[in-house]
Design a protein around this ligand. Sequence first.
Ligand code: FPP
Length: 255
Amino acid sequence: MLGKLSKWKSNLTAQELKEEIDLVEIPKHIAIIMDGNGRWAKNRGLPRIAGHREGMKVVRKVVQKANDLGVEVLTLYAFSTENWKRPKTEVDYLMKLPERFLNKELPSLIEENVKVRLMGSIEELPEHTKRAVIKAVKDTENNTGLILNFALNYGSRFELMNAVKEISRQVELGKLKTDDINESILEQHLMTAELRDPDLLIRTSGEIRLSNFMLWQVAYSEFWFTDVLWPDFNESHLEEAIAVYQKRARRYGGV
Ligand code: FPP
């Protein structure tokens, strides 16, 4: 079912897709699981890191397009709590990417009014990575355009477990009663506290799973899966995903 939907009208030209998009109904929060860098590189006989380098270039294009379309929040899954299990050389490379990306792109992100935000256990990142991302957050803190939310060393189970711990602590301290715990209180303890939930979740590379990404927040998101590998993803694919999203009827459990 989802596979079929992902191919919906995929033979449309970029121009036809543009015409399909209703600029009033743009999903306000788009979250993307950027997958397939390794396979893209392997298909070309290149080392996996070549796929990540290419993937970084796509991030730039997608940020620009999302901003142009008036998306409010773009969340990108750049490194999961599970990605530490990869070979050290690959992890080291992935940890260099935010710095590389921001060294090059921060001035233009500032110019385009993009506000960089982070979600994940940032303290555990290497010093050079931390420094680069914290600087980007600080330098863009007053921007009012697209919120570019990088999920770095992020894992949804850890996030939920941590929220439970913090809430329990408040109960222990007598600041909160168990019966007063509600969805809103839990949400305030997630790493997305001041963000709306994703309207649209995109995953590239043909994998149909969530991989510990925003498990609470995507409860009512529309999902769009594509076989396209992340380094091949482009602005037209984003438009296609939005066009499909706009054809869906969101009922939130109602009729
Ligand atoms: C998954 O593909 C991708 C990642 C774990 C890394 C994603 C990172 C980028 C796209 C670049 C990030 C850029 C910035 C600016 C932080 P995979 O390696 O699991 O691919 P595979 O499933 O084909 O092996």
